[in-house]
Design a protein around this ligand. Sequence first.
Ligand code: PEP
Length: 315
Amino acid sequence: MSIVSCAATAAVPAAAPRFAGLRRVAGPAALNRDVEQPSAVTLQVSGRSNSRASRRCVATMAGTGRFVVGGNWKCNGNTASIQKLVQDLNAGEITADVEVICAPPMIYLPRVQSTLDRKYQLSAQNCWVGEGGAFTGEVAAEMLADNNIPWVILGHSERRALLGESDEFIGQKVAYAISKGLSVMACIGETLEERERGDTLNVCRRQLQAIVNCISPADWAKVVIAYEPVWAIGTGKVATPVEAQETHAGIRKYMAEAVSPAVASAVRIQYGGSVNAGNCEELARCEDIDGFLVGGASLDGAAFVTICNSARFNN
Ligand code: PEP
């Protein structure tokens, strides 16, 4: 069986580079300019817009990527409800500012692929850690690629908690999926207990480090990080914009230290956890939130379209 092997423990460099407060400005030229800034600070309070800053920021570094929204349908739906959802999605107008990816249950992927408008891309919700073979019930990354499914969600907290997927296993899955040409929404996030004992960023860093150990800096172009606090998933309890922004900025800072400032700026970080049509706007205004991974509300076509279009508030 072919599985990508990973460095066991690649520690964060002690003398990590200082990170320029990168702005969401288009184009590689802007990116290079920011990376080269000599007077970089570790965290930079936004000075872009006073009204927006007060609403959205604790400290900002800001990604440069296009807003990206994923809809994780999980293990929900049947032929009739999925047909209706596809109709509602097809009827929705989606702003050009956003990339949208729908993740139906595996068995409905071909049906959705043949009926869903091309303004939406498709994702699987999981794939196997290595090459296909005697792995009952699994689907291999090369099978997804063979069926023109470009994305896969890996490391979702439900799989971590219910199926015992470890950080290392997820790191290997991410590497193998990328090696087969897939793009990955890689989920990380802390439990309530971990947040309450002040470990939110430690957990995110540990989960990300397992991926960093397995993929090259260039591979991060194929990864979207989905920060999903476990206590907010499916609970109706959403992180406040301040909480979400603070963690996203911490994740970006970690990426600058563990990979590079350029990757930290380019990598897109989605927020996931009870995002809905009512709360998406204020979250989208957060400078380090580059999109959403949406569970429950992605089953409602109109609500999901509203969430996708909240990309307009993120610039
Ligand atoms: C999820 O499971 O990825 C998720 C974010 O779910 P919800 O939006 O229902 O909290």
